[in-house]
Structure formats: C-alpha cells, structure tokens
Design a protein around this ligand. Sequence first.
Ligand code: AMP
Length: 252
Amino acid sequence: MIIIRNPKKWLFVRKNKIKNKTLGFVPTMGALHEGHLSLIRRSKRENDLTCASIFINPAQFNDKNDLKNYPASLESDIKKLKSEKTDFLFLPDEKTMYSDGYSFKVSENSISKSLCGKSRPGHFDGVLTVVMKLFNIARPDSAYFGEKDYQQYVLIKNMSEAFFMNIEIIPCPLIREKDGLALSSRNRLLSEKERLSAQLLNKALKTGKSKNDIKRILNKSGFNVEYVENKWGRKLAAAKLGKVRLIDNVKI
Ligand code: AMP
C-alpha cells in the first residue's frame, strides 16, 4: 500500500501513473472496523484500484469534546488496510486540508438542517466541504459510503449531482455486531454497561412500532433520544447513551 500525504503528489500519481485505471475511493476518519472494511472490499471488487483516506475532520465536529475524544488508531488502521490489499492511503494533515482556514465551505440549506443536523449545527457543511476537497484531490470514478450514515450518504449523493462531479456515489449496507448494534468507531467509548444497553437501539427500531412508542421505549431504557423519524423509506434514530452518541436506521 502506498501512503500519500501530499495532494500534489497524489495528483501527479493519478494523472500520470494510473490515469487509465478506474479508481474507487473510501473516505474515513480512521478507527477502522468491519463496516469500513466492507466498503474497501466492495471498491476493490468494482474498480482497478482503491484509495482509502483517513482524516479526522475538525470542521464536522460541532462539539470540541467529541473531537478530543474521537478514537484514533493509525497503526492498526494501516495494518487492516494493508491486509485488505488497499492500493493507496491518502493521509493528509489539517494544515494541508484547511490551508484556507475553512473560509470556503460547501453549505446545504435543506436536508442538512434536519435529523442529525438539528442537534449538530454546521456538521454537514463540514462533512460536505471535506468530501468535496477529498474528491477534488482523489479524482475517483466511484466513492463508497455506508448506509449507517444514511443522511450523510443522501447529502453527498445530492452534492455530487448538484455540482456535476461525475463521481458515482455508491451506498453500502450497514454492518452490525451479532446483537444488532451498528458498528461505529464510537462504540469503543461505551462502558461495559452502556455496551449491553446499546443493542436496544436497533431492537427498538425493528419492532415496527410508532416513532413515539420507540422514543418512549428507548428513553425508559436509559437512552437520551434525539430523534426517531421516518424518511427515505427508513426509520432513522439518534440517541445518546451517557456521553456517546449513537445513530442507526432500518428499512421500513
Ligand atoms: P467514518 O470513519 O465514521 O467517517 O465512516 C467512514 C465511512 O464508513 C462512512 O461512509 C460510513 O458510513 C461508513 N461506515 C461506518 N460505520 C459503518 C457500518 N457499521 N456499516 C457500513 N458502513 C459504515
């Protein structure tokens, strides 16, 4: 696996060494788990070459503590990517990604204000901005996103169409633990007791009960529910267990 930190170096490689190859791109914030690796595997199946990126994007954290506590495990991430035979890892630093000090941004004024956007002001502008930057650097043919972050997937797909980016945005199935908990980098921040309760989020969504009933069930079980909503043919929810924010969605 070739690790590249400098966008100019990557652009040189993309334009000169691999210009005739199809490239799949998998952007991540690291702390990789089977959910991330499922995207890498899909990209590898569908493209000549696959590039992953790891960048913990400060612009998408509206809560400084969340950013401070976000798990990082670069060495083991690199091992995992190598064992999947990922071709390239783009590993930029903050100065490289935000040489403009975040004075330019992509702003969305509709979907991004609902669901997760309500409690996380500015979050999706941060996501869309970094994805736009990463797309402009990586120049992929396709990019792979998990349905775990369903609202994010919809926004990125819409952005790619709105700006004629000519990149196929591919949604990939949500990967879960055996007990139904959606895999997430943040799960490692759960205490033992919280981890046991965490499975109830998916179990409650699967009951087929009304939004309000599900909210009641979860609040009674120790969650602090942010929302349960039906949209895009899915039931989506966000809830906190202690300090850890969890999201999930199931097809209706
Ligand atoms: P993150 O590192 O959390 O920014 O996630 C990077 C990518 O992995 C995003 O497209 C996520 O939707 C995707 N992802 C995270 N968790 C899962 C999961 N459990 N199943 C499938 N994809 C996931």
